[in-house]
Design a protein around this ligand. Sequence first.
Ligand code: S3P
Length: 443
Amino acid sequence: MTKPVFIDEKIKNFKKKITISGDKSLSIRWALLASQATGTSKAHNLLVSEDVLSTLSCLKKLGTKISLKKNYCEITGFGLNNFNFKKNLILNAGNSGTLGRLILGLLVHSPHKVKLIGDKSLSKRDFSRVVNPLKNFGANFYQNKKSSLPLYIQGTKYVRPIRYYENRGSAQCKSSVMFAALNTPGKTFIKAKKSRDHTEILFKHLKIPIKVKKKKNFDLIEVEGKQNFRAFDYKIPADISSSAFFIVITLLSKASRLTIKNVNLNPSRIGIITILNKMGARIILKNKKIYKGEKIADIYVKSVKFLKAINCPSNLNASAIDEFLIIFLVAARAKGVSYFKNLSELNQKESPRLKLGSKILNMMGIKTILTNHSIKIFGQSNIKLKKNIEIKNYLKDHRVFMMSSIAALSFGGKWKIHDQDSIQTSFPSFLKIIKKLGGKIKQ
Ligand code: S3P
């Protein structure tokens, strides 16, 4: 366990405007796609966090030219299928499921065997979900029985397009297959349960031949591969998943207001806003614009006295998948019993978040009923904690650390929260922004 933080004071009211670091999904996708483009691509406001640095370091090892400066990052790609690397290469995806799964898609025709490794948390996660479809392209995999990391991929010259049904609502699976399709002659067809669609939007923007038909519960995607595309610049907007912690701390504090500037509000990512507004929040989006196909706006949120429980519609699950831990805190303070269902995917994240979320609420004295795929939360509209709470985050899950910090600052009590370094994976400036809002954290 790394150095803990101590929080024993609720945050006072605040009225602030903040900016949040760049979106992680877009940062990783920009880098991976720039490595396949021809020429030098440039990104501003790239998220400089461990997950993105792992992406850059994997791409470097694969022969891509990268220059990370203070204000921007440049990546020079040599076109599709032009990685240049030696035998016995080891790629380390660190903590990042997105990187680990997406990069395998780019390796389906790699001439040499590549070993993929990750940290303790990533090594517990399921890779069969991408290995199985990627095998159908013709790639070979060598792996353990659990289909977790470490694994080896050995590509083939004879890649063939596939038909794939993605039924989890996982953007990582869908995008991994789309990346494999990018380098494969012919048309790959995907029927995908709804999930974040940044890869589709980027493909369209880059004029990579893609057709997307949006149906009620799923999308039909067709990608035609082997079409080179040119380098592209990108100004990465702020991350809604990181913003979520500050939306919730504002909602739960007294007489506070917050504006978060220039956030990516892609409709496939804003389940949290729909859910919180259904629970009684009034989150308003201002200065809406479209940037390269992505919706961007400023978020305006203020505290509310009364929050009501929700029976959360499952069709919002994918669009709020990274935000449930923090949504559970709002449910803890809402009047009535909230119900979140069909959420088994939440236990497949950096740590089993459905279980851990329930455990943390129980430590706070909030009753829950937990199954493998659902949770009922018995809210208390007047939570005032006095006790000592210690959070041991054994898989160093960044969102567990941040949820616990927001709970401590919103509800009181004396908290000792381990593994502050975990925020380095997605949101290194988290504690700095808390302090800017007036939150007292002893490090
Ligand atoms: C991500 C997709 C989601 C999400 C993850 C980032 C992405 O995972 O939880 O943090 O960038 O594609 P799944 O696609 O596995 O649900």
